[in-house]
Ligand binder design. Structure first.
Ligand SMILES: Cc1cc2nc3c(=O)[nH]c(=O)nc-3n(C[C@H](O)[C@H](O)[C@H](O)COP(=O)(O)O)c2cc1C
Length: 184
């Protein structure tokens, strides 16, 4: 059986992003039978504009995004919380991927989500907001474990490797749950 192909999406554009670093660690700790790649086109996506969402005007970056999501067996989204919600760039990504509504690449897609923050709440309000959006897109979101990494700045070594066992175990458990959900 071929490996499940999971597309990792970070909600942060920051070069030193903790969420992107968590995704890199998820690639390292993925269970057998699963390969995690990373979507790197977030900065190229324009704001969602329905006037551009047609065959003649659709930006190349949107076509590439939709193809990458369509090709993946599942998604792993890691996002910061911005002002109690998700960053605008990730919202635009989800809006582009969510159309056409009846037949979008997010429909019935299996999605694992996690958040992190240097603060004490781990971005949980942003994570709940992300889960809410994925209800609208008819995606199949992994229910448990709920992964919100608080105090994230303290959990890496200088090489960007997660050092604490609890976070590594949560990454493994989340990906295993995604694996099992996809394989049914
Ligand atoms: C515009 C903005 C809004 C933010 N709002 C929140 C917030 O509501 N809750 C929170 O825990 N952190 C908030 N932060 C701090 C982020 O959690 C922190 O910058 C984090 O490192 C961003 O994730 P990243 O490291 O993946 O880029 C905010 C940061 C920015 C720039």
């Amino acid at each position: 059986m071929t490996d499940l192909n999971i597309l990792g999406i970070s909600g942060s554009l920051r070069a030193g992003s903790f969420n992107t670093a968590l995704l890199r660690n998820a690639q390292k700790h993925a269970p057998a039978g699963m390969t995690v790649s990373r979507y790197e086109g977030l900065a190229d996506l324009p704001h969602y504009n329905q006037d551009l969402d047609n065959e003649e005007s659709r930006p190349e970056s949107v076509t590439r995004l939709r193809q990458a999501v369509a090709d993946a067996d599942g998604l792993l989204i890691a996002s910061p919380e911005y002002n109690y919600s998700i960053p605008g760039g990730l919202k635009d990504l989800l809006d582009w991927a969510s159309r056409p509504a009846a037949d979008s690449v997010l429909r019935h897609k299996h999605v694992a989500v996690m958040s992190s923050s240097p603060g004490a709440f781990g971005g949980v309000r942003g994570l709940l907001s992300l889960r809410q959006m994925l209800l609208a897109t008819h995606s199949h979101v992994v229910a448990k474990p709920e992964v919100m990494v608080f105090g994230v700045a303290q959990r890496f070594d200088d090489g960007g490797n997660v050092t604490d066992e609890m976070t590594i175990n949560l990454l493994r458990e989340l990906l295993s749950a995604l694996h099992d959900q996809i394989r049914g």
